[in-house]
Design a protein around this ligand. Structure first.
Ligand code: FMN
Ligand code: SF4
Length: 518
């Protein structure tokens, strides 16, 4: 009987040699006359163990990692195909604490199934949400999503159901669903992982959004830096269309929904929804003033839902298990689960899906295992490049939209980047301003000019030039950018800058530079 081996095709695993490992297994199996089937699955999200190879045994799936091509003969000698012991053996995959302690709702199938097998998808609970939605009136689908408490996972945390209701109620014979898969935040990869590991869940979520709002066409807008995600999504869309999951009559419902994948060149601002819509229309990716809201006048001026990948990919489970099931997880107004992406100088980097409410300290110290360098954690940036830096003193903050906002921080797309005690926070503040200057679309003055002045001011502080006056100037500049910018690129850059100044003031008082004697 053929033995099923799983070797991820996820970009993170590929970067660590997964293709070469898969080739080594097929070469070795052929030479030894072994009957194996290699499934190229998504990643389980434990990046320090990639490439993570799994074998299906009578006792369930057994994991080995990180596997290098040169390990393959030894692994086969040791009896990997029977799940036998080896120094790289990690035991039952589901028993690895990092995975076992998660609550995987959105990522339930990621790393488990063959991403481009609709059969596998169905066997693992796929399509149930869409089937339920087909039997419901659009307003009832919208109500279910609203009642679940699902909020946008792209950054702003806006309630998904309310956005959908605006589009449902908007007049117009053509409406659109646009999935924001730009994922520009450094240190984030949840969107990419789900597209590469479980593309049908996103397709299903978009189809449900279409049925709920009356939109018949959808686009996934992603970036050229995600070639593997683009390939998997294109393949999955073609399979879904051939199987009648997409097209003029979704699953025979008589209601139409179809979709395409569009690839941008990769600009941070093109993740902002209105700049994204411009880019999708073939225009330059600059921010549009709001109003009008995209929900009323979005893609080509038509009512458009713009939602993040994870928001849309969470809808099938909401529809399948019901709003009450989903909203039962979480705390306060942050309902359900959130895929936290742990990156930077950390021992156990990867994706950890859990109900809202864990403290930052639990995430960094217990789940992440502290720094990879072994030095003390000094700062953690939460929410991508526009997120605040939190010191250890704020490690009791629970992962919740409101709790982070109350401490002048944000959750954003739930990426966290860990830094040890060698980090220079003045340099990080300068970097935030520089990032904004480079990525600014240029439409408004506080962001376009302010960010460049910010870099200059940080440089003056670093050189010890009138430090007190320049610290005040930097704070004043942040205030102008925060309240005067048209979008959150200029408006949120002050978060990393001000948090660095507030929590790490010692880094903003460097010793005055001694001018070289003539
Ligand atoms: C500069 C900037 C970049 C953004 N980048 C992204 C992104 O890469 N992905 C994303 O989903 N949202 C991004 N957003 C947020 C979007 O504008 C928008 O709020 C989101 O796509 C709405 O979807 P959601 O309600 O499902 O979160 C960005 C916003 C700004 C201001
Ligand atoms: S804040 Fe920056 S990115 Fe946003 S509209 Fe203004 S110039 Fe463009």
């Amino acid at each position: 009987m053929t033995v099923r081996l799983y070797v991820p095709r996820d970009a993170a695993a590929l970067a660590l040699g997964a293709d070469r490992v898969a080739k080594a297994f097929s070469r070795e199996a052929e030479a030894r006359g072994l009957d194996i089937t290699i499934v190229r699955n998504g990643s389980r999200g434990m990046h320090w163990l990639e490439p993570l190879v799994e074998v299906e045994t009578a006792e369930g799936r057994i994991a080995y990692g990180p596997v290098r091509p040169s390990d393959v003969p030894g692994l086969l000698d040791a009896g990997l195909l029977d799940g036998k012991a080896h120094p790289l053996c990690l035991g039952g995959t589901e028993e690895i604490p990092f995975l076992k302690n998660q609550t995987r709702l959105t990522f339930a199938r990621c790393g488990v199934i063959d991403p481009v097998s609709l059969e596998d998808y169905k066997t693992h609970g796929g399509l149930r949400g869409l089937e339920k939605a087909i039997a419901m009136a659009p307003a009832d689908i919208v109500k279910e999503v609203t009642d679940s408490g699902l909020r946008g996972r792209g950054g702003a945390g806006f309630p998904t159901g309310i956005k959908w209701k605006t589009v449902l109620d908007a007049p117009g014979d053509q409406k659109y669903i646009v999935c924001n898969a730009d994922e520009g935040d450094s240190g984030t990869f949840a969107d990419r992982m789900i597209m590469e590991g479980d593309p049908f869940v996103l397709i299903e979520g978009m189809a449900i959004a279409g049925l709920a709002t009356g939109a018949t066409k959808g686009y996934v807008y992603t970036r050229s830096e995600y070639p593997h995600a683009v390939a998997v999504m294109n393949e999955a869309v073609a399979i879904a269309r051939a199987a009648g999951m997409l097209g003029p009559s979704v699953l025979g419902s008589g209601r139409a929904f179809d979709m395409e994948i569009r690839v941008g060149a990769g600009a941070y601002v093109c993740g902002e929804e209105t700049a994204l819509l411009n880019s999708l229309e073939g225009k330059r990716g600059i921010v549009r003033a709001k109003p009008p809201l995209p929900a009323l006048q979005g893609f080509l001026g038509r009512p458009t839902v713009v939602n993040n990948v994870i928001s849309l990919a969470s809808v099938p489970i909401v529809m399948d298990k019901g709003a009450a099931y989903y909203r039962d997880f979480g705390m306060g107004r942050s309902r359900g689960t959130i895929p936290i992406q742990i990156a930077g100088n950390v021992q156990h980097g990867g994706l950890y899906e859990t109900a809202f409410g864990l403290t930052l300290g639990e995430i960094v110290d217990t789940i992440g295992g502290g720094t990879a360098s072994g030095r003390p954690v000094r700062a953690v940036q939460v929410g991508g490049p526009l997120g605040a830096y939190f010191p250890r003193a704020l490690f009791d903050t629970p992962f919740d939209y409101e709790a982070f906002a109350a401490k002048d921080g944000l959750i954003g797309h739930a990426g966290i980047t860990v830094f040890d005690d060698t980090v220079d926070m003045l340099k990080q503040a300068r970097f935030a301003m520089e990032f904004c200057a480079v990525e600014s679309c240029g439409k408004c003055t506080p962001c376009r000019i302010g960010s460049t002045r910010g870099v200059e001011t940080a440089d003056k502080i670093a050189r010890g030039i009138e430090p007190e006056k320049n610290r005040e100037l930097l704070a004043d500049l942040c205030n102008t950018m925060k309240f005067g910018s048209l979008c959150a690129l200029g408006g949120f850059t002050p978060y990393p800058v001000m948090s660095a100044m507030t929590h790490f003031p010692e880094d903003f008082s460097p010793a005055p530079m001694v001018e070289a004697a003539e």
